[in-house]
Design a protein around this ligand. Structure first.
Ligand SMILES: [Fe+2]
Length: 269
């Protein structure tokens, strides 16, 4: 029912009520003023009662309609969010067959990164963005020749230059999906370093997003403690030593401290 039709109905009902009521009052009471007064009072109160009931029914219907619409919007939002989460998981796994090292590496970095974020007191929403970003931070390696990714021994300088491009390739992939910007930046900036010595853009300090600084710390720990084609895994002690050495100069001090505290408390991948 439209607002106009409700208003017209209300006005018509009120007019009929008043005119018919007056005629009835004259017919019933004639010159009896006391009778007129009692009748008009009763007529007015009945009118208020009827219109209040109608108003209540209309408002209740409108509020229920709004609640249903709001719930529909919320469901759509949750659905979109879950589709993005699934996209991140799928992108993270896309590299699995080609480079199993990277797939497992991303999953472990995601676990540690989210734990560091929570330890730093970041909101659950940001911790989740960090987990998703970390889950696919090396997705750009899909554009790097497989023989380079699994090459035993040291890389030639020009080969390393090629490997560096995985940050840009990865960003090019994820930017096409409407993830949080934090997720895009994790993929692009996770190899940037606090002193500006990282890649691809040589950003320094807080020009690197906090999310990427956190993933950088987790990335270093996971890389040291995992087996690589060119060297066996090293222990957690070596990883902690390396973290202390890189703290501040290369890696974000706060994120490094949070990571060291987690490992000290027994966090394991
Ligand atoms: Fe990487």
């Amino acid at each position: 029912m439209s607002a106009l039709s409700i208003t017209v109905l209300y006005a018509a009902f009120g007019t009929v009520w008043i005119l018919a009521g007056n005629r009835l009052a004259v017919a019933l009471f004639g010159a009896d003023l006391e009778g007129h007064y009692a009748f008009e009072l009763g007529k007015g109160l009945t009118y208020v009662l009827i219109t209040s009931g109608a108003l209540w029914l209309l408002l209740r219907r409108e509020f229920r309609r709004r609640d249903r619409a709001e719930q529909g919007r919320l469901d759509a939002l949750i659905g979109a969010r879950s589709a993005l989460d699934q996209t991140a998981e799928a992108l993270g796994r896309a590299i699995e067959r080609r480079d199993p090292y990277t797939a497992g590496h991303q999953a472990r970095v995601a676990l540690l990164s989210a734990a560091i974020a929570r330890r730093l007191g970041l909101s659950e929403e940001r911790a989740e963005s960090i987990r998703l970003g970390a889950l696919m931070h090396d997705i750009g390696k899909i554009g790097i020749p497989a023989e380079l990714l699994s090459k035993p021994g040291r890389l030639e300088p020009q080969e390393f230059e090629l490997i560096k491009l995985h940050t840009v390739y990865g960003h090019d992939i994820v930017k096409r999906v409407e993830f949080d910007d934090a997720i895009h930046r994790i993929v692009l900036e996770h190899h940037e370093r606090m002193d500006g010595s990282g890649y691809p853009h040589g950003l320094s300090g807080h020009a690197i997003s906090q999310e990427a600084r956190i993933v950088a710390v987790a990335d270093v720990v996971e890389a040291i403690t995992s087996h690589r084609p060119y060297r066996p895994a090293k222990g957690l002690d070596t990883a902690c030593e390396e973290l202390r050495r890189l703290r501040g100069a290369k890696l974000d001090a706060e994120a490094t401290d949070a990571c060291l505290a987690l490992l000290d408390e027994g966090f394991r991948f």
